[in-house]
Design a protein around this ligand. Structure first.
Ligand code: AMP
Length: 284
C-alpha cells in the first residue's frame, strides 16, 4: 500500500493505478463501517484509494474538530489489511494552502447543494454540508475515481453528494452501502469513542426509536406527526439522551410528507454526553 501526503504525489500515484479505480473518502479512526466500504471497492474495482482527512471546513466553531478521534498508525494497518492500494493523508496546508498575506484563510470557493444542505443535519450544523460537498468534489478531482463509496449511516450526506454529482456532471458512480451496526443495533461511528460506559448502554435507543417508528408505519400509521411524537416520547424516557431531532421524511427531498406513503426515511440525531450521534432507517 502506497501512502501519499501531498497533492503532487497523489496525482502521480493515481496515474499508475489500474482502472477501474474505487475511492473511499473518510475521516479515519476506522471501524467496520469504513472497512465494509473498502471491501466493496476492492471487490468491484481493480484498485482502491482511501483518503483519511479530518476536514476542518465541515466542522462548526463549537464542534469536535480538535478532539475528533485519530489513530493514523492503526488506520494504516487496517487499510493495508483490506488490500487498499493508495492511502491519501493530506495536511491542512496541502488541502487549503494559506492564501498569501491573509493569515489562516481557507479557500474561497464553496460548493453548496441548495435546500438539501440546510435542513436536519444542515440546520443543526450550519455550513457542514458545504464543507462536505467542497472537500468531496476536491477529492474527486484529485483522485479521479470511477466509483466512490459512501455509507447509508450518513443518509443526508450521501444524498447531498449524489445531487452534487448529478448537478455538476461529475463522472463518478456513487455507491451507498448499508449501515454497519454493533450487535445491539448502535450504528458504528468514530464518535462512539466519546461515549462513557453508561452512555454506550443508552446509545442504542436512537436506533430503537427509529425501529419503533418503522413498526408504527408498518402497522398502518399514516400520520407523520403521530410517528414523530411516538419516537420523541420514546427517546425522552432515556435520561442520558438529549434529542436534537427525529423525523419522517421523503427519501429524495427530505421534507416531511403530509401523509406517509412508502418509501420514507426516518432520520434522527441525539446527544449522549459529548457524543452527537445520527442514525436513519429507510422504510420501503
Ligand atoms: P467518516 O469517516 O465518519 O466521515 O465516514 C467515512 C464514510 O464511512 C462515510 O461514507 C460514512 O457514511 C461511512 N460510514 C461511517 N459509519 C458507517 C457505518 N456504521 N456503516 C456504514 N458506513 C459508515
Amino acid at each position: 500500500m502506497k501512502i501519499v501526503r501531498s497533492l503532487s504525489e497523489l496525482r502521480s500515484a493515481v496515474r499508475e493505478l489500474p482502472r477501474p479505480l474505487g475511492f473511499v473518502p473518510t475521516m479515519g479512526y476506522f471501524h467496520e463501517g469504513h472497512l465494509s466500504l473498502m471491501r466493496a471497492s476492492r471487490k468491484e474495482n481493480r484498485s482502491t484509494a482511501v483518503s483519511l482527512y479530518v476536514n476542518p471546513m465541515q466542522f462548526g466553531p463549537q464542534e469536535d474538530l480538535t478532539r475528533y478521534p485519530r489513530d493514523e498508525a492503526r488506520d494504516r494497518r487496517l487499510a493495508e489489511e483490506e488490500g487498499v492500494d493508495l492511502l491519501f493523508i493530506p495536511t491542512d496546508e496541502e488541502m487549503y494552502p494559506p492564501e498569501g498575506r491573509i493569515p489562516g484563510s481557507l479557500q474561497r470557493t464553496r460548493v453548496q447543494v441548495e435546500g438539501l444542505s440546510s435542513i436536519w443535519e444542515g440546520a443543526s450544523r450550519p455550513g457542514h454540508f458545504d464543507g462536505v460537498a467542497t472537500v468531496v468534489l476536491k477529492l474527486f478531482h484529485l483522485v479521479q475515481p470511477d466509483v466512490a463509496y459512501f455509507g447509508q449511516k450518513d443518509y443526508q450526506q450521501a444524498l447531498v453528494i449524489r445531487t452534487l454529482v448529478r448537478d455538476l456532471d461529475v463522472p463518478v458512480d456513487i455507491r451507498v452501502l448499508p449501515t454497519v451496526r454493533e450487535p445491539d443495533g448502535l450504528a458504528m461511528s468514530s464518535r462512539n469513542a466519546y461515549l462513557s460506559p453508561e452512555e454506550r448502554k443508552a446509545a442504542p435507543r436512537l436506533y430503537q426509536a427509529l425501529r419503533l417508528g418503522e413498526d408504527l408505519i408498518r402497522k398502518g400509521e399514516r400520520d407523520p406527526q403521530a410517528v414523530i411524537w411516538q419516537m420523541e416520547s420514546f427517546l425522552s424516557k432515556e435520561p442520558l439522551c438529549r434529542l436534537d431531532y427525529v423525523t419522517v421524511a421523503d427519501p429524495e427531498t427530505l421534507l416531511v410528507p403530509a401523509e406517509i406513503r412508502l418509501p420514507v426515511v426516518l432520520l434522527g440525531a441525539a446527544w449522549f454526553g459529548q457524543a452527537r450521534l445520527i442514525d436513519n432507517l429507510i422504510v420501503r
